[in-house]
Design a protein around this ligand. Sequence first.
Ligand SMILES: [Zn+2]
Length: 255
Amino acid sequence: MSIFKYSIALTLAYTLLVASPQCYVEGYPNLVQSADEKGIVLKNGTRFPYHTDTSKGSWDEKINHADLATQLEQPYDAGGFETPPAYLFDPGRLRYQPFFQAVYGKDKKAIEKNLVTIEWPTLKGKTKLQVSKVDGVNKKLYAIGQEIARLPKADRIWAEVAATYCYRVIKDTDRLSMHSYGIAIDLAPNTTQYWKDEASSETAKIGYKNTMPLSIVRIFEKHGFIWGGRWYHYDTMHFEYRPELLAPSCKEIPK
Ligand SMILES: [Zn+2]
């Protein structure tokens, strides 16, 4: 086995260490009724298996066929410092799409019914953003905007340009972007860093870069949002609402 393949195997083995279905109940107390190794039940009656049968041996299979267990396999380091993530370490980037469709809307029309407009403060005044009202995401993002407005100007400038709802797939994939559900926001899209600008293959060796201040990241994390700057496939402008990864049962980082 080459060192490169060995490091993929190690990464995949490492990610199997943590995963508690309870994180869904803790993360979404208003939406999730119960969760165990067999499956989760939403309060609206929808049920999902915790594990699906599809093979998840390779990285491509993992990212394309993630299930609810896969979503939690890589622990998110909320409140952590800015450190280059390990090879293929993308906590929150492996997603089970049917869950988000059941929660935020099954298609564009259903999702848009849940969108509301919030005010986002800027140094020049304010802008308006479209955000899902499901689980109070609009209120959380509004609160984040108010807190960022109290940061020093040198940090605040990174939140001047913001983009939220946009129904689209992720660049070069069939997977729906989290912006499609109205639960993600990009800040300073023209001056931040995205891994695809450096590499095209998911398994390429890429170098980490970031200019987003951690003061902003920590405000988002406090309100249930994760940051794309904690991914090997870094997307430093990107934040999305993923409270299951910030739930107490999921916060422990194995060392
Ligand atoms: Zn984004």
